[in-house]
Design a binder for this molecule. Sequence first.
Ligand code: NAD
Length: 304
Amino acid sequence: MQEIIALLEKAFMEKGNGKVEMPPKPGIHTMPDAFIHAMPAFIPAMHSAGIKWVSGYPENYKRGLPYITGLLVLNDVETGIPYAIMDCIWITAMTTAAASALSAKYLARPESGTIGILACGVQGRTNLEALACLFPIKRAYAYDVLPEVQEKFIADISEKFEFEIVGVKEPKQAVVESELVVTSGPILKHPTPTIERDWLQQGAYGSAVDFDSYWSGAAMAQMDRISTDDHAQFQYYKSVGYFGQTPEPYADLGELVAGLKPGRQDEKERTLAINLGLAMDDMAVAPQVYRRAKEKGLGMWLPL
Ligand SMILES: NC(=O)c1ccc[n+]([C@@H]2O[C@H](COP(=O)([O-])OP(=O)(O)OC[C@H]3O[C@@H](n4cnc5c(N)ncnc54)[C@H](O)[C@@H]3O)[C@@H](O)[C@H]2O)c1
């Protein structure tokens, strides 16, 4: 995770300096609240070009299937020839979390030691892991609508990490107690958000992995700083009906990393990152996955 955060930081520096090619992702929608997105990106400094074809289906758990699935294709930057195809579940789980942690590096108080995870799925796990890489976590609060999912999460996290982990019955408790808050439930186009004004403490940082599904308009209006990962993509989502009550982000993560916009300015600011997930995040990491797999003799050669 440390290595992935570092790769993303390098990619966001390039993006901040205008050196990444990445059109906002188009998608198709075969079911309500579901998507299949095409996510291409080219990062010249990392010799990385490719596309992720990723789907998100909120009802998949009823069939025992993952919410997020898909494929990633890497292309040679000089010939365009596709040289690797890989599953994208792991890379999406890891890079999304690394982006939350990278935003937190600029927007959270470095001494933040308490964290609330609202929704204990794949993203809940990796976001906790990523934030624990950068912050001195002493206690985590976990909430999921499904008690058995919450219990399993607590058992797994307790095995992996030293810090205390507390299960809560109400989402409010996980928010009010925490200096870092991650919401990672289903993304809904017309949500009925849970988090109200004044729940997030002064000085705390939130990462809305599930867009505005968990955060009310009043809670977001109280933020001193809201960032995103790409302005154009944020505008695209707005144009198709998301983020009805979300204030305009003042900066994107590329601008923060490249020093073009300031991060947190004082101890009391409430900050929120709404990272939508960028093709660039995956293309920053996928060539490294390919190199490692090749070194270890993993995978198989396919005819083209
Ligand atoms: N922003 C991004 O870049 C990005 C990238 C990947 C995934 N996502 C989004 O993150 C979310 C989680 O994805 P995942 O792969 O972890 O899915 P997942 O199915 O593994 O986890 C979702 C969890 O949410 C729980 N849940 C449902 N409603 C809840 C509620 N109201 N409160 C608390 N818990 C609730 C479920 O029980 C489940 O444990 C999805 O909305 C997905 O689209 C965003």
